[in-house]
Design a protein around this ligand. Structure first.
Ligand SMILES: Cc1cc2nc3c(=O)[nH]c(=O)nc-3n(C[C@H](O)[C@H](O)[C@H](O)COP(=O)(O)OP(=O)(O)OC[C@H]3O[C@@H](n4cnc5c(N)ncnc54)[C@H](O)[C@@H]3O)c2cc1C
Length: 115
C-alpha cells in the first residue's frame, strides 16, 4: 500500500444538514445513486480547513518529558494537547497541570517570595 508520509483522514463527526441526511436516506433506499449523493454532499460543504495533529515521535516524547524545564520559567506556563497525544483529554490534563503549578506558587506569591 502506498501512503503519503503523513496520511490524513476525516476526524470527529461529520455534521449533516437536512438535505444531506435526506440524500443519505434516499441512497440507502436506492432512490438516488452514489454520484448524486456525492454531488449533494459536496454542495453542502461551505469550506474546508486543514488542521495538523501533533506528530508523536521518539523526539517529541523526549521533549514532552522536559516540560518542567521550561514551564513556569520566567512566569510563562505551557499547556496544550500537544503535551500529550493531541486529544481533548490531553489538552484538559495539560491545562490542569499548568493550573497546579500556578496554585503551587500561590503561597509564595502572597508572601512576596515569588513574582
Ligand atoms: C476536526 C477535529 C476533530 C477532532 N476530534 C477530536 C475528537 O473526536 N476527540 C478528541 O479527543 N480530540 C479531537 N480533536 C483534537 C482536539 O480538538 C484538540 O486536542 C484540542 O482542541 C486541543 O486543545 P488545545 O487547547 O491544546 O488547543 P486549541 O484548541 O487549538 O486551542 C489553542 C487556542 O490558542 C489560540 N491561539 C493560537 N495562537 C495564538 C496566539 N498567538 N495568541 C493568542 N491565541 C492563540 C487559538 O486561536 C486557539 O483558540 C479534534 C481536532 C480537530 C481539528
Amino acid at each position: 500500500m502506498s501512503l503519503p508520509l503523513f496520511p490524513v483522514t476525516t476526524v470527529g463527526s461529520w455534521p449533516r444538514p437536512p438535505e444531506v441526511a435526506e440524500a443519505m436516506r434516499a441512497y440507502r433506499r436506492r432512490r438516488i445513486d452514489r454520484a448524486e449523493l456525492d454531488r449533494i454532499a459536496d454542495e453542502a460543504v461551505i469550506g474546508t480547513i486543514a488542521y495538523d495533529h501533533p506528530v508523536i515521535t521518539r523526539e517529541s516524547v523526549a521533549a514532552q518529558r522536559r516540560w518542567a524545564e521550561i514551564s513556569g520559567a520566567d512566569r510563562i506556563h505551557y499547556c496544550g494537547a500537544y503535551w500529550g497525544w493531541g486529544f481533548h483529554e490531553d489538552g484538559c490534563w495539560s491545562a490542569l497541570r499548568a493550573c497546579e503549578r500556578l496554585r503551587a506558587l500561590e503561597p509564595a506569591v502572597k508572601l512576596g517570595l515569588a513574582a
